[in-house]
Ligand binder design. Structure first.
Ligand code: NAD
Length: 309
């Protein structure tokens, strides 16, 4: 039979691409419930969905920050059945900590972490009863490894990872699959919004040196990372699709092979020095080191490819 997939945050980016990829499955294995907070922003999704609209893809309202909205959406589905949840809605935040308000941080956690908690609370009891289901969560490489000026965002993704890692054991007992998708840089609205906010950010809350590091060193570094390593939302969607159709999906999946040597450093050195030293050099020691590390990453990725890793 067909599986019903509920995807959150489908008005743009990865969520939109995942919903459309599933709806366009040639084998028509999915009924996609593509949700978004604001239905007035449905145009891009409608356009991308094309003739799948109202066939294998329907659009519904869902605000990840509202339990009522989530319940209403799930209640509107036949038998409340959700076979696959793709928790994708999320916010980004960069900049010096001193320049962020606590309420903005709370809003980010309310979306990135509590949004997931609300959705899982809503669908897990039914999945347990059916002894089936798949919970797919859009995390990030920053859920594995922190990055400077991404303190709060990274913390929210660490929260997501800890939540899922704990829950995965219980889920397994009920035959429910869990998968964390961990993209590296992806070129979406998300990136654009984050940079626009960064450019307009009031940096008077921090000292001059920090402001300078953020604007003149971190932002250009980050742009370079996006242009040299960035994936498209469609690439992430394709891999997410493969994870959803897989018989035995992994618990963790990094979408960007070029980024893997970076995350591998965390496990290579239990003292934590290696990744912190490397990021320090990457950010502060200019182009030569960046290019050297980038070519090392390319080489390692090629080797991993040869051994099928
Ligand atoms: P995006 O901004 O294009 O998409 C995020 C979507 O979530 C938007 O459509 C937004 O409207 C929606 N959203 C925000 N708050 C919501 C709420 N309360 N209820 C419902 N929807 C809400 O960005 P994206 O890159 O497609 O991000 C999707 C996910 O991928 C996020 O969880 C993000 O953390 C993660 N991610 C992104 C990148 C990247 O570089 N872009 C990298 C790793 C992980």
């Amino acid at each position: 039979g067909t599986r019903r997939v509920l995807v959150t945050g489908c008005s743009s980016g990865i969520g939109l691409a995942v919903a459309v990829r599933l709806a366009k499955d040639e084998l028509k294995r999915f009924k996609v419930v593509a949700t978004m907070r604001d239905l007035e922003r449905r145009q891009a999704l409608e356009r991308a969905a094309g003739e799948t609209l109202n066939r294998t893809l329907e659009i519904r309202q869902l605000d990840a920050c509202s339990e009522d909205s989530i319940r209403e959406c799930v209640n509107s589905l036949p038998d409340r059945r959700v076979d696959v949840l793709v928790n994708n809605a999320g916010l980004g935040m960069i900049g010096p900590l001193e320049c962020q308000s606590i309420s903005a941080m709370q809003e980010l956690f309310d979306t990135n972490f509590f949004g997931l908690a609300r959705l899982v609370k809503e669908v897990l009891p039914d999945m347990k009863r059916h002894q089936s289901g798949h919970i797919v969560v859009m995390s990030s490489v920053m859920g594995i490894q922190g990055l400077l000026f991404n303190d709060v965002y990274s913390a929210s993704k660490f929260a997501v990872e800890g939540f899922c890692e704990s829950l995965a054991v219980q889920a397994m007992k009920f035959n429910i699959k869990m998968t964390l998708v961990e993209p590296g840089p992806v070129t979406t609205e998300f990136e654009r919004k984050v940079y626009q906010e960064a450019a307009e950010m009031d940096l008077s809350g921090t000292d001059e040196e920090t402001a300078k590091i953020f604007k003149q060193i971190y932002l250009p570094y980050s742009r370079k990372v996006f242009t040299s390593l960035g994936q498209t939302p469609e690439e992430v969607a394709e891999q997410t699709f493969e994870l959803i159709v897989a018989k035995d999906p992994p618990f963790r999946h990094q979408t960007n092979r070029l980024y893997m040597p970076m995350t591998a450093m965390k496990h290579a050195d239990p003292t934590g020095r290696l990744p912190i030293d490397t990021f320090y050099k990457l950010v502060f020691k200019h182009d030569r080191v960046f290019n050297a590390i980038l070519s090392m990453m390319r080489m390692m990725t090629k080797k991993m490819g040869k051994t099928g890793g």
